[in-house]
Design a protein around this ligand. Sequence first.
Ligand code: UD1
Length: 337
Amino acid sequence: MILLTGATGYIASHTWLALWAAGYDVIGVDDFSNSSPEVLNRLQRLGGRTPLFERADVCDSAAMLSLFKRHPISAVVHFAAFKAVGESSAKPLAYYRNNIGGLVSVAEAMNASGCKTFVFSSSATVYGTPEQLPIPESASLATTSPYGATKLIGENILADIARADPAWRVALLRYFNPVGAHESGLIGEDPRGTPNNLMPYVTQVAVGKRERLQVFGGDYETVDGTGVRDYIHVSDLAEGHVAALRHLMDPSGSSFTANLGTGRGHSVLELVRAFERASSCHIPYDIVARRTGDVAACYADASRARDLLGWQATRGIDAMCADSWRWQRSNPHGYGD
Ligand code: UD1
């Protein structure tokens, strides 16, 4: 059985479905601090079975110990974390307590139960301002926000655990920019308040919840002056987690770090145009000042995941936009709470 923490979040819910499709049993935990219980109903509809779920905070060590005592958990995919870059600068301690405290309490419960297989949600944010493009896993690491620091510290904690006890097998997965939604339109990204990220902002303009998109910076040294990112369909990302788990759980597998991206960069305006094509909606925008902390371009060297895991992204920017739109159009208020 695979434990997903932060199980009702955006990436985790898609990974839950991908794990079911691959034949794994799954148990999810979440405290709903940034997600909705309605996700469980949607998973039930999509999977045709009742999701096994417990409401708990990953920082609650006693709850984590109890979970591992009561369920035969053989591996963990640890999604539970706060993820808003700007908020992390305003509330650094909340980020360290939740993201680092949660990781430590889950890892301690794993040690106590003998479960030593761990997949960690890291981020391309650990590369800071990229020195080379595309970015290989060997690039130097630097972070520019408390959020980014929690991802890099998390990677280092797990590397230390694996060094101290070779029975541990750890995958550090560095996500690029997840977008899109399950093709059913039943699950997707449901940010609370004003979206920080580009795609949910665009879909909320399309559905009439926001008036205009602000494009942060038109004077970068990129194809059209706007920022370039490696957008990856969340269903591809979900399948990347299945491939990572398969590798770790194979007798010949071992710990690794891998980028999960497509290897292709798209500018903000390219994404807006692709979205307009996919949705037949017009997205009015203004080009405004750069956002503090943004880099001009960031895209993955995706070859390690392909060579090591036999995984690569298959869905392109048009599918990402069509699926994001289907989700937003059918759920204009997200999960509705
Ligand atoms: C951001 C985080 C990153 C985190 C990721 C999680 C920052 C600096 N980085 O990545 O650490 O792991 O989210 O998903 O916040 N843009 C606009 N208008 C908008 C929103 C975004 O023009 O309203 C532009 C940005 O300038 C950027 C691109 O769209 O060029 C993508 O932005 P976003 O979706 O926020 O992702 P990142 O900043 O790459």
